[in-house]
Design a protein around this ligand. Structure first.
Ligand SMILES: [Ca+2]
Length: 324
């Protein structure tokens, strides 16, 4: 059983990823921590409460950071154009949801839960990495107590999606991402290199809804705005399932090709938030900001049809995918 803390900013593709984690029989969600991002923190937290209530998810929700780890950062490009003003495709989520929140802030929840389960927890971060960076700053030893960190974020051999250089989760808090990538734990980064190749068509989603249970109708309803965004702005006949792709890596790493090497994040300037890896197998440099940092894994290739089938099998049938 994979024990997971899911750090998220719901978010349409976050919602699908949450349902995937909940429905997959080999995954146990120990907690959900929220962070500002796609919409402000109060809304991402409210959305997590809403999704837990609608889908009967019992894992505790802990509210996290509402600003970048470097307080001098003020630029915040809202993603409501992608996810809708409410973060869930403007489906009319009630303003207040009567669902409990853990009393601890997210970074404290992460620290205490990791310490209670040494060596067993995978942190999956699909929003800005502020909560994880705060946890590392408050208790650096947790880096040795976490099994693995899986991140949705970054763009390595492809362009960004907020600027030509930067992907949204990194751009939203570059200093936090750099803290996370340079910490002495095992990080796997699932970025735009693979998530923009994992496109779920509107027809595929509709077919899942027809064959699945009622929880999928809500998923479909809240995804329509996002699908329209991808159709009109990116010319795609479907949506990139960024966050679900990162979650699939947890159970099916064999569907991804990895490249190892230290990863740093550009801070400031026109390439603010760009992610750059110094591949272990590449040219050797001396005296660079990558020196002495741990080698992390970046996904460079994905078997996207198989990833979609892993998502479908969990969402529709509540089981691992067979023969992919
Ligand atoms: Ca997200």
């Amino acid at each position: 059983m994979h024990k997971v803390i899911f750090d998220t900013d719901p978010g349409v593709d976050d919602a699908m990823a949450l349902l995937f984690l909940h429905r997959h029989p080999e995954i146990d969600i120990l907690g959900v921590t929220t962070v500002f991002g796609n919409v402000p923190l109060d809304l991402t937290t409210r959305n997590a409460q809403f999704l837990h209530r609608e889908w009967g998810i019992s894992a505790p929700i802990s509210k996290g950071a509402d600003k970048t780890i470097d307080p001098s950062r003020t630029d915040d490009r809202a993603a409501s154009v992608v996810h809708g003003a409410d973060g869930l495709g403007n489906i009319g989520v009630p303003q207040l949801i009567d669902w409990p929140l853990d009393s601890r802030p997210a970074h404290q929840f992460i620290i205490e839960t990791v310490r209670a389960n040494p060596g067993e927890i995978t942190l999956i971060a699909v929003g800005r990495m502020t909560n994880l960076a705060l946890a590392l700053r408050a208790d650096p030893e947790i880096a040795h107590l976490v099994k693995e960190v899986i991140v949705m974020g970054g763009a390595f051999d492809v362009g960004g999606n907020v600027t030509p250089a930067a992907e949204a989760n990194i751009y939203g808090d570059p200093e936090a991402a750099d803290i996370l990538f340079t910490a002495p734990w095992k990080v796997t980064i699932v970025g735009l290199d693979v998530t923009m190749k994992t496109i779920m068509s509107a027809d595929y989603l509709a077919h899942m809804v027809k064959s699945g249970e009622s929880s999928l109708q809500l998923l479909s309803d809240l995804s329509q705005y996002y699908i329209d965004f991808y159709r009109s702005r990116a010319g795609l006949a479907g949506m990139a399932v960024h966050d679900s792709t990162a979650c699939v890596y947890l159970v099916r790493p064999d569907l991804f090709t990895l490249r190892t090497g230290p990863v740093r994040v550009v801070s400031g300037g026109i390439a603010d938030g760009a992610t750059i890896q110094a591949p272990d197998s590449g040219r050797k440099f001396i005296g660079t900001p990558w020196d002495g940092h741990p080698s992390q894994s970046v996904c460079t290739f994905v078997q996207s049809d198989a990833v979609l089938e892993v998502i479908r099998a969990a969402l529709v049938e509540g089981r691992p995918a067979i023969a992919v």
